[in-house]
Ligand binder design. Sequence first.
Ligand code: GLA
Length: 387
Amino acid sequence: MKDIILKKFVEVFGDAGDARAYFAPGRVNLIGEHTDYNGGHVFPCALTIGTYGVARRRTDNKLRFFSMNFERLGVIESSLEELVPSQGAGWTNYPKGVMWAFGEKGMKIPCGMDLLLNGNIPNGSGLSSSASVEVLTGHILRDFFGFDVSNQDLALIGQYAENHFNKVNCGIMDQFAIAMGKADHAIFLDTADLSYEYAPIALKGAKIVIACSNKKRGLGDSKYNERRSECEAALAELKQVTEIDSLGDLDEEAFEKYKSAIQDEVRVRRAKHAVYENQRTIRAVKALKANDVEQFGQLMNASHVSLRDDYEVTGVELDTLVEEAWKIDGVIGSRMTGAGFGGCTVSIVKDEAIDTFIEKVGTAYKEKIGYAADFYVVEIGDGPRSL
Ligand code: GLA
């Protein structure tokens, strides 16, 4: 890949000069969905697929961007004086947002750059292509200009850019999973205080399979922010009757005791998901540590049911992929992953069942939905790096 992107860089920007090549992964969340903005736990991992980039410093303040995933857009030009979000700027709002966020944190970028990207994560699919671009940009800025930032800082800066530049109120999970990724490990992160632990994922005789629904979604135009507000409102109501900082502070028993404080049936279900999903995530990691992959799979399934019925973020595409997966022998667990409303599912599938899984789920999906899903057997990879 390095050769391909360097060659393309020369083709697009004239010469390579002192250009350098980089990579940042995508991520998949195994369990703990819509808990990261509720002070709960998540359990994501970085993937070996992600975003490749080539960057070169300029002597002026110009920024020139080119994405091999959006070739038809050609070279998009901007400058360090124009770090404001704009609709026409498309994907460049992500690297620009990170450059802006570095400035906000007191790290002034001394010169412009030419940046070429090529991602092999499907865009807008719930595998965090945007967070991957954000962390990649942060890594490049650190490498170029020697900013004293840790990988965890890169995650926080990426989230800051997403929240305040791109105006998507996301939690920390995606950027954290990408910036802190470790091969063959998932990250058990407590979003209440960012304490975390790496858990080895050794699925003897099974693999992680991602099914992409090909139903596109953008977080900004989805109901993501609405779910966040519903949880905030439920939390405010619960705070009237019990001393908590976030929904993640409650276990199931405490939630059942206090839930009558929530004045609206829909909000009760939203908060219930956040509380129960957090507890499921804690239990799932325990099960995995005890080598009980079956139990882990059942908790994944329960997570999907809760996201479908209580949180209502699945939709017919994701439900079809998951419900068809559940029918197949050798599927240990299957659920939607990421924000939902389209995007991908994640399944743990025994090696000998993978071909059948792809064929049967693929056929049933196409029959019901009218277009095809894509399948990826993935591996867990490391965080951002220079190539
Ligand atoms: C998106 C957000 C994350 C998280 C998930 C849902 O991926 O970016 O912060 O909230 O949705 O778990």
